[in-house]
Design a binder for this molecule. Structure first.
Ligand SMILES: C[S@@+](CC[C@H](N)C(=O)[O-])C[C@H]1O[C@@H](n2cnc3c(N)ncnc32)[C@H](O)[C@@H]1O
Length: 260
C-alpha cells in the first residue's frame, strides 16, 4: 500500500469531476483574483492536475502570454492536454516533471501557482527554492493548501468518522501544511504579500459539491488503515449521505501570495 494518494487514472478522473463542482470553481476564481494576472504574463502552474486552472489563466493572460503546467502524473497530463483552450487564450503546454526539479531556466516566469500540491511534496524547501529560482525578480508565487485540522463533518458515529479522517490524513505528506507555510516561504526568501482563508461549506447533502466528491476519494483510500474495512468506509459514507438536510461539512483552504 503506497503511503500517499497516487493520481492514477481513476483518481485523476475523480479529481477532475470534483474540481468542476461550484465549490472548486469558486476557489479558482479566488485564486485568479489574488494572482491579478495581466495580458502577456508568463505563468507556471506547478502540479497542474487536470488543467482547469491553467486554461482559465490562459484566457486571462491572452495570446501574448504563455502558460506552462507541470505534473508528474501521466493520467493528469492526459486529462489536461485534452482540454480545448478558450479562443484568444495564451499558448498552453503541459510537461511531465516534479516541483522539486523544475526543468526551466532561472527567471522564466512572471507568476507561479501551486494549488493543493505542496502538501504532497516531501522536500518542500527544495520545491520553494525551485519556484523562487524560476520566477523573475518581482515575480509572485501563489500557494493554496488545505489544513485538515480545520475540518467539521457532522456524523451519527463520531468515533468512526474520527478514525476515517485519521486514516485520510495519510493521503498527504503534511495534512497541516498551511500553519507552517509562513516560515517556509520566508526561509525560501519570499516576502509575504497576502494570506487568507477560503472556507468551504456544504450544508444539506448535494452530490454536486466538493465534499460529496471527497467522500468517494476517502472511501477508496482508508480501507486497510486505522483498522478500517471496506464495509466500514462504505457505512461511513452512506451514513453521511443519509443525513440529508442535516448534512454539514466545512473545511478551510489557505491562500498565500508571496513575492520573489
Ligand atoms: C490535488 S491535485 C491538484 C491539481 C491542481 N493543482 C488543481 O488544483 O486543480 C494534486 C496534483 O499535484 C500533483 N503532484 C503531486 N506531487 C507532485 C510533485 N512532487 N510535483 C508536482 N506536482 C505534484 C499531482 O500529480 C496532482 O496532479
Amino acid at each position: 500500500m503506497s503511503a500517499t494518494l497516487q493520481f492514477d487514472e481513476e483518481a485523476s478522473r475523480r479529481s477532475e469531476a470534483t474540481y468542476m463542482t461550484p465549490d472548486v470553481v469558486e476557489q479558482r476564481r479566488a485564486v485568479r483574483a489574488a494572482l491579478a494576472l495581466g495580458q502577456g504574463e508568463k505563468v507556471l502552474d506547478i502540479g497542474s492536475g487536470p488543467g482547469l486552472l491553467a486554461h482559465e489563466v490562459a484566457a486571462e493572460v491572452g495570446a501574448s502570454g504563455s502558460v506552462t503546467g507541470i505534473d508528474p502524473s501521466e493520467s493528469m497530463l492526459t486529462l489536461a492536454r485534452r482540454r480545448r483552450p478558450p479562443d484568444g487564450a495564451a499558448e498552453i503546454r503541459f510537461v511531465a516533471g516534479d516541483a522539486c526539479a523544475l526543468p526551466f531556466a532561472d527567471g522564466s516566469f512572471d507568476a507561479a501557482v501551486a494549488t493543493q500540491v505542496y502538501e504532497y511534496v516531501q522536500d518542500l524547501p527544495a520545491a520553494l527554492g525551485e519556484a523562487f529560482r524560476v520566477l523573475r525578480p518581482g515575480g509572485r508565487l501563489l500557494v493554496l493548501d488545505t489544513d485538515w485540522g480545520s475540518i467539521v463533518w457532522h456524523s451519527r458515529d463520531a468515533e468512526r468518522t474520527r478514525r476515517v479522517l485519521t486514516a485520510w490524513d495519510e493521503h498527504l505528506v503534511d495534512p497541516y501544511l498551511p500553519r507552517r507555510l509562513t516560515r517556509l516561504l520566508s526561509d525560501a526568501r519570499f516576502s509575504l504579500a497576502r494570506r487568507e482563508a477560503i472556507p468551504l461549506l456544504n450544508a444539506g447533502y448535494d452530490p454536486n459539491t466538493f465534499s460529496a466528491g471527497l467522500m468517494g476519494f476517502i472511501a477508496k483510500f482508508v480501507p486497510g488503515r486505522q483498522g478500517l474495512t471496506e464495509a466500514d468506509a462504505h457505512a461511513w459514507a452512506e451514513d453521511l449521505k443519509a443525513l440529508g438536510d442535516d448534512y454539514f461539512f466545512s473545511l478551510n483552504r489557505y491562500l498565500f501570495l508571496a513575492m520573489r
